[in-house]
Design a protein around this ligand. Structure first.
Ligand code: NAP
Ligand code: COA
Length: 271
């Protein structure tokens, strides 16, 4: 990973779900751009590894083990980050869960698990962060997904949850705009080497079908997403709020679906 052009020296960045995949890529990009970075996720092992990676990029880094479904754990992590690094300039909310299953193949608790992580978790993160945000000037970026606006089979839980995340983005952009706090969503497309892609396109054939459906002809990378997040966090975007911005090589332009459009999942068993 290389240093990006934007300079975030002396800025504090907090990434919820920032210990692997796309969100870790975002945290790394800010670390390389000079930020102090705090990350949060459930697994202490992943938190420790992420802090080591971020410190290796020369950043002051801190990590907390917390579940976004537990508002007290998230509150404690945000307060800890504020105490150590000062007010939060950039807040990224990206913790998420996913598994492919038809509606009748998931229990109500399976649906709830994803909605609780993605949607309620995002509310917990933003609500708990509010007292710690730099104002004016803070930039909040929610990591959404194409499922927010592309209905996909086997994804009723994620579609419902991420559509909700984008509405949280829009409503809080209105409520918090007067205080100089911006709120936007970034929508990654299918991103190479991630847990999300392993779950949704688990075979080489499915991966090829997904890649072939991207107008720009390749899967995304965490750095593709990180660059948009950095733009939104920078003064270059200081009149941008309430926006939901795909970074997907054009894959959602034609109403594309990761899973539909003839891409059969190997398992469609109804339990
Ligand atoms: P990932 O590596 O599994 O990242 C998810 C992160 O969230 C991990 O750090 C995970 O760590 C954390 N997490 C999960 N549940 C949590 C919880 N209850 N509380 C706190 N942290 C939790 O997945 P990814 O594929 O890179 O996805 C990252 C984001 O991009 C997600 O918001 C996803 O919806 C979005 N996205 C991904 C793709 C894709 O192609 N991969 C496409 C569109 C959108 P722990 O396990 O330690 O908790
Ligand atoms: N098909 C159907 N239901 C499933 C399922 C699957 N593949 N995987 C989990 N579930 C159901 C479980 O059966 C359970 O419901 P039940 O209690 O009625 O049996 C419910 O989902 C919760 O499962 P549990 O394992 O207790 O949840 P958890 O809180 O430990 O984990 C998940 C949450 C299920 C989302 C888990 O996959 C996870 O932690 N994911 C994070 C990483 C990730 O998904 N990354 C990609 C992001 S795009």
């Amino acid at each position: 990973m290389e240093k990006q052009a934007l300079d975030f020296t002396d800025k504090t960045v907090f990434v919820a779900g920032g210990t692997s995949g796309i969100n870790l890529g975002i945290a790394e990009a800010f670390a390389l751009a000079g930020s102090r970075v705090a990350v949060v996720s459930r697994s202490q092992e992943k938190v420790d590894a992420a802090v080591k990676t971020l410190s290796g990029h020369g950043a002051e880094a801190i990590g907390f083990s917390a579940d976004v479904r537990d508002v007290d754990e998230i509150k404690a992590a945000l307060a800890g980050a504020h105490e150590r690094f000062g007010t939060i300039d950039v807040l990224v909310s990206g913790a998420a869960g996913n598994f492919p299953a038809p509606a009748l193949g998931m229990s109500p608790n399976g649906f709830k698990a994803v909605v609780d992580i993605d949607l309620l978790g995002t509310f917990h993160v933003l609500h708990s962060a509010y007292p710690h945000l730099t104002r004016p000037g803070a930039s909040i970026i929610n990591i959404s997904a194409p499922q927010a606006f592309v209905p996909m089979e086997l994804q009723v839980h994620v579609c419902a949850a991420k559509a909700g995340v984008d509405m949280v983005t829009r409503v809080l952009a209105m409520e918090w705009g007067p205080e100089g706090i911006r709120v936007n969503s970034v929508v990654p497309g299918p991103t190479a080497g991630t847990e999300g892609m392993k779950r949704l396109a688990p075979t080489p054939e499915l991966l090829k079908a997904v890649t072939d459906a991207v107008p720009l002809g390749r899967l995304g990378t965490p750095m593709d997403v990180a660059r948009m997040v950095m733009f939104l966090a920078s003064p270059l975007a200081d009149y941008v709020t309430g926006a939901v911005i795909p970074v997907d090589g054009g894959s959602s332009v034609g109403g594309g679906s990761l899973i539909g459009a003839g891409v059969e999942q190997p398992e469609r068993k109804i339990r």
